[in-house]
Write a protein that binds this ligand. Structure first.
Ligand code: CO
Length: 154
């Protein structure tokens, strides 16, 4: 890598993978049933994430997940979103990247603000993640998550 490299400058957040689209919902069981009944989709059992004031479940598709988030606390970020959008709605997109710490550093150097500042933090699944500020991302909240290490399935 250097001056004689004729390739383009690498992007600050290299990614070829949409990990999930996240949807805030007022009723997680009703939302899960909608995705099962309408698309025949597999939906995980809900898990509680008290530190984020929500419970969530993944809808598992072949090429991406849909993250269903229901607030359990009106003062949480998802709770405030549902107060503004009582029927629910798209909350964020999530790209996977190989190295979340490096991506956050390079995003900052490229002038992209990270919500809450600071270094990526582990999510409920243990992988590091951060969010780009929507004002730097064409009005969309974008999560960046470290890629899953090779699947554990045999
Ligand atoms: Co997410």
């Amino acid at each position: 890598m250097g001056e004689n490299d004729q390739g383009a400058t690498p992007p600050p957040i290299p990614s070829q993978t949409l990990d999930h689209i996240s949807i805030a919902v007022p009723d997680l069981e009703a939302a899960a049933e909608f995705y099962r009944a309408t698309f025949g989709a597999e939906v995980d059992d809900a898990i509680e994430i008290p530190e984020q004031g929500m419970r969530m479940a993944y809808v598992r598709l072949a090429n991406a997940k849909i993250e269903l988030m229901q607030p359990t606390d009106d003062a949480s970020p998802v709770g405030k979103f549902i107060q503004r959008n009582p029927a629910g709605g798209i909350h964020h997109l999530c790209f996977a990247t190989p190295d979340a710490d490096q991506a956050a550093t390079d995003a900052g150097a490229a002038g992209l603000r990270i919500v809450g500042g600071g270094a990526p933090k582990p999510g409920h699944h243990g992988r590091k993640l951060f969010f780009l500020h929507p004002k730097d991302a064409i009005g969309t909240l974008i999560e960046v998550e470290e890629e899953e290490t090779p699947p554990r399935r045999i």
